[in-house]
Design a protein around this ligand. Structure first.
Ligand SMILES: CO[C@H]1[C@H](O)[C@@H](O)[C@H](O)O[C@@H]1C(=O)O
Length: 701
């Protein structure tokens, strides 16, 4: 019996896997009946013309189908009298031209016993081809299938925080995948696999370098390297963008200034831009972090962010490129409430930006915390297209050791209602441009990708890359459904295993919030490394890099009062939003301490006092990691042994560290609340001093 079980398990597993192939797994489908169905619908792939993107679509479809169906799928120049195949074609009217982003949309329909994948563009056909593969990988029928899909957002980008020396800022998956010293001569095959992965989820742009940018990329030495990467991306419908160092005209241009209103500076950028387009004719444009965290910018010359962004937009001239100007700014002295600072700098500039400029805003007002209220700039700059920036690399979410599926986090922000034009004015509509009728729209994910074999360090981190791309294409998709889709494509199609892994992914983010920053706590993590707890941190490089600045804990209570009685950051939101968060009695508990200083003994809607609720969440959150482990263990027979073991060991670390977070926070906040840990929970067995010592180890030079 035992032997039989082992045999069945092995049959489920397929070939051993190191995670390199991501969700592009084209192993032969196990079910012969199912295979036979697909074989009838995919006897050949027909494609005409030399367009490189179209050729990619055909080649990828052929490769995928041959693998999945276990039979040759010949390529034809046209379907002719043949039937039972897949026909790829660029068709001007495939998608109604009035639909937003119509050129990249695709339509799949049956015609003369063939399945047609049509789009006004070759890139759209490529997205359609990947939709066909996804359909087969997830077990949907091809016969009679008809679908029409257009991306809701135009610029769908990954932002790499990769440095020229091969390190990745806030990267937890090894060194950068870009090997600058080998470019342009050697093109690592990994670049192609990277492009495939991005195209398969609908991404169409890549910023290759860190926003804390080096001027190096704009030099004659580096532009050919960037151009070589662009050459790899191009057949996948992906454009390359660069982060620019604001002071480049000084550093590499020999000018005495980088003042955006200086004609010599303007000319330098215009020439540089022309030079870039000569090397990369489909260059996407610039991403800029200026006057933020020590980076230079137009404010160094008493100019505004709009002056800077517009100067670059002018430099782009008639080239088909854009400027994505980041709004992640806060004053160097850390005075006031950091929550408000980007708004104060940028909102007054609404209407002053060139049409080629998009302002890029992080999902929340502080910095990629496990849960943030939506950024108040969303809905407050109707005359400016706003790019939503989310972070896929888990800087504040446990690096590559904690399982945190970000689909729900991204979705929570997209669905948040700004009320800018009455109810239903969601962040998604702002970002997609539909609320304010912008043709330009964008979304950016800070990549969690590195050169480790499985790309993301934590194997489940791949799901974050995947879900980001799919939501960027269509923000109405359900993150739970995406988790399931990813699991089926990447790990297993065994129904019970898919169920338990999907449940794990679905719950993982809310569990992480509970054991790290429940009830709206934020920014209480380890100094500078941003790992582990350090809620007692009172001194750092700047006051708004400490923890006490954010939690404001004292003998009375806990939380940052952002009502009119406090910093009044709430006033940045529409009245309907203020109403929702403005009273401690009615504010949803997930946001409570973001906006209110609440007494320790104050009863909450759960019937528990603040202190007891805090303990409740820390304890149940930390214990829930055992539940995550159980879900993973339940899927074991259906999983590749190496992937199983890898995630299982990371979950063990996560369990230990969840207790670390719980004990650190409960013990520290207890010094303020002076309340016992409520039953049925047992007080931590270690002391706060033990934990502080442990945290110090992490901070050692
Ligand atoms: C690239 O710098 C980062 C910095 O490492 C990070 O700690 C913070 O989250 O945000 C910055 C930003 O978004 O600019």
């Amino acid at each position: 019996m035992l032997l039989l079980l082992v045999f069945v398990a092995a049959a489920h597993r397929g070939v051993a896997d190191d995670g390199y192939r991501l969700w592009l797994k084209y192993d032969r489908l196990a079910d012969a009946g199912q295979r036979a169905q697909y074989q009838k619908a995919a006897r050949f792939v027909a494609v005409a013309g030399p367009d490189p993107v179209l050729r990619t679509a055909a080649a990828e479809l052929q490769r995928g189908l041959q693998g999945l169906l276990g039979q040759p799928v010949p390529m034809q120049a046209s379907a002719g009298p043949l039937s039972g195949g897949i026909v790829l074609k660029v068709e001007r009217n495939a998608i109604d031209a009035s639909a937003p982003n119509a050129p990249e949309g695709y339509r799949i329909y049956a015609e003369k016993n063939n399945l047609v994948v049509a789009s006004p563009s070759a890139a759209g056909v490529l997205y359609g081809a990947y939709a066909v593969l996804r359909r087969v990988q997830t077990g949907g029928a091809l016969a009679g299938w008809a679908v029409r899909s257009t991306p809701r957002i135009r610029y769908r980008l990954l932002n790499h925080w990769d440095n020229p020396n091969g390190t990745v800022e806030r990267g937890y998956a090894g060194s950068s995948i870009w090997k600058w010293e080998e470019l342009p001569q050697r093109l690592d095959p990994r670049y192609t696999d990277y492009a495939r992965a991005n195209a398969s989820i609908g991404l169409n742009g890549v910023v290759v370098n860190n926003v804390n940018a080096s001027a190096r990329y704009l030099t004659p030495e580096y532009l050919p390297k960037v151009a070589a990467l662009a050459g790899v991306m191009r057949p996948y419908g992906i454009r390359v963008y660069l982060s620019v160092f604001w002071a480049a005209p000084k550093v590499i241009g020999g000018l005495p200034t980088a003042d955006p209103l200086d004609p010599a500076v303007q000319k330098w950028w215009a020439n540089k831009t022309d030079e870039i387009y000569r090397a990369i004719p489909d260059f996407g444009g610039f991403l800029v972090k200026a006057n933020s965290e020590g980076e230079p910018g137009p404010q160094d010359y008493q100019r505004t962010h709009a002056d800077g962004a517009n100067m670059l937009a002018k430099a782009l001239g008639t080239h088909d490129g854009v400027v994505m100007w980041r709004a992640f700014v806060y004053k160097a002295d850390g005075s006031g409430d950091r929550f408000k600072e980007a708004y104060q700098d940028f909102q007054p500039l609404d209407g002053k930006f060139d049409p080629k400029v998009l302002v890029q805003v992080k999902n929340g007002p502080i910095d990629f915390q496990a849960r943030e209220p939506f950024h108040p700039l969303f809905g407050a700059m109707p005359r400016t297209p706003l790019v939503l920036e989310v972070q896929l690399t888990q800087e504040y979410l446990g690096f590559a050791t904690h399982a945190v599926y970000l689909g729900p986090l991204i979705k929570e922000c997209l669905e948040a209602d700004t009320h800018a034009q009455g109810p239903g004015s969601t962040v998604a509509k702002v970002v997609a441009g539909s609320l304010d009728h912008h043709a330009q729209s964008g979304i950016a994910g800070v990549a969690n990708i590195g050169s480790v074999r499985n790309w993301t360090g934590h194997p489940l981190g791949q799901a974050n890359w995947y879900a980001f791309g799919r939501l960027a294409w269509d923000h109405t998709l359900d993150p739970g459904a995406l988790a399931e889709e990813w699991t089926r494509m990447s790990l297993t199609t065994n129904a019970a295993a898919v169920r338990s892994i999907t449940a794990l992914l679905d719950q993982s983010r809310s569990i992480y919030v509970r054991y790290t920053t429940p009830l709206g706590l934020h920014h209480i993590m380890g100094e500078s490394i941003h790992y582990g707890p350090q809620p007692w941190l009172a001194k750092a490089g700047r006051p708004d890099w400490t923890a006490v600045y954010y939690h404001r804990g004292d003998s009375v209570g806990l939380g940052f009062d952002r009502t009119a009685a406090g910093s009044n950051a709430l006033a940045l939101y529409q009245p309907a939003v203020q109403k929702q968060w403005g009273s401690a009695a009615t504010c949803p508990l997930d946001y409570l301490l973001w906006f209110h200083h609440v007494g320790w003994k104050q009863p909450l809607s759960t019937g528990r006092t603040l202190w007891n609720e805090l303990c409740h969440r820390y304890y149940t959150g930390a214990d829930s990691v055992a539940w995550l482990q159980k879900q993973w263990a339940a899927a074991r027979p259906a999983l590749d042994a190496a992937v199983y073991a890898d995630v299982a060991s990371r979950l063990q670390i996560q369990q230990q560290e969840a207790y670390w977070w719980r004990d650190a926070c409960v013990l520290y906040f207890q010094t303020l609340a002076r309340q016992p840990v409520p039953a049925p929970f047992a007080p931590p067995t270690r002391t706060l001093a033990d934990i502080k010592r442990q945290v110090q180890v992490y901070q050692l030079k």
